[in-house]
Design a protein around this ligand. Structure first.
Ligand SMILES: [Zn+2]
Length: 324
């Protein structure tokens, strides 16, 4: 166990301070409660990003005026060169969290109702997390993923279709596609803004050759220190109990949850209060530089969702109101 100096840099110290701007949850779309991602409606096209947006830095978290909020204790910046691994369930080299520090992570979104609910709770507590989006879900609900981004949270990828990359039925090309199209889809959903080079394998299945591949792509790999097992929970209280029991044992860690899960969204307000009351502090993780998606997969993703690829002009340059 060692502390990595030089790879992770603390860049700010924040204290709770204003309610974040809120976005109303989408009215349409029922949230499934099963663990496996479900089929979803046809994709809605994302707005094209102006050129200047593509170079834009991650939005700052809004100031906080809730003096009792959980807040963010510190922010660390990750140099993903060589594909560092995080989360002691699988990667034990980078021990950067101090006692009673946690990182909140949310998988499988974006998803209607549940993801906006998680966003509201995080905003109420002036805190933050990493969202590992499924590429297909990002194409179904790009507006929700844009809300995640706008609120200042870190966004990574969790494959294109949530395939288990240890599945022997997949060939090498298909495994690579799952990784690359996932990042391309998230970038598309964000209107051309590349997410962090942060990746989590579905079901935490880490084929060694793909760990090497991600290392060569300079993409960090996230396992976890403690799994909430929220996808197995039959009620919100179980999610809270699982997390607090494991945290009290470990004292710190990267917590794996799912913004896709209804129980997690329902449990989060109480869970964050319990974390605060128990003296835990949230650490934000950001990437030093965005992921570099591969153009071939950017194009392959567009073809798959059957979008027009010729025009990328914003709505305002295509549709002009000439009379009311
Ligand atoms: Zn998942």
């Amino acid at each position: 166990m060692r502390v990595a100096t030089g790879l992770i840099v603390a860049i700010s110290l924040c204290v709770p301070g204003i309610a974040w701007s809120q976005s109303a949850p989408p009215k349409a779309g029922a949230a499934p409660q099963s663990a496996a991602p479900q089929a979803a409606p046809a994709p809605a096209p994302a707005a094209a990003a102006p050129a200047q947006m593509q170079a834009q830095a991650q939005p700052a978290r809004p100031p906080c005026n809730n003096p009792n909020a959980l807040g963010v204790a510190r922010t660390v910046e990750i140099d993903t060169t060589g594909g560092p691994g995080f989360g002691f369930e699988h990667f034990k080299e980078l021990d950067f969290l101090r006692d009673h520090e946690v990182v909140l992570t949310f998988d499988d979104g974006p998803w209607p109702e549940n993801t906006p609910s998680v966003l509201k709770t995080l905003a109420d507590e002036c805190t933050t997390g990493i969202f590992f989006s499924i590429g297909k879900h990002a194409t179904y609900y790009p507006e929700i993923l844009k809300q995640v981004y706008a609120a200042g949270h870190t966004i990574g990828s969790h494959t294109w279709s949530h395939a288990n990359l240890n599945d022997k039925k997949l060939n090498d090309q298909q495994r690579k596609e799952e990784i690359e199209k996932g990042f391309s889809a998230v970038k598309w959903a964000l209107g051309g803004i590349s997410p962090a080079p942060f990746f989590r394998f579905p079901a935490l299945q880490h084929p060694p050759e793909l760990v090497t591949y991600l290392g060569n792509r300079n993409i960090a790999i996230f396992s976890c220190d403690l799994d909430s097992f929220d996808f197995k929970a039959s009620k919100p209280q179980t999610v809270i109990d699982n997390v607090m029991r494991k945290l009290d044992k470990l004292g710190k860690g990267i917590i794996l949850m799912h913004d896709f899960q209804k129980h997690t969204a329902e449990a989060l307000p109480e869970l964050l209060k319990r974390l605060k009351d128990s003296g835990y502090k949230v650490v934000a993780m950001r990437a030093k530089a965005p992921v570099q998606t591969l153009p071939d997969y950017d194009q392959a993703m567009l073809k798959e969702i059957k979008l027009p690829t010729v025009s990328s002009r914003p709505v305002s340059s295509v549709v002009t109101e000439v009379s009311q």
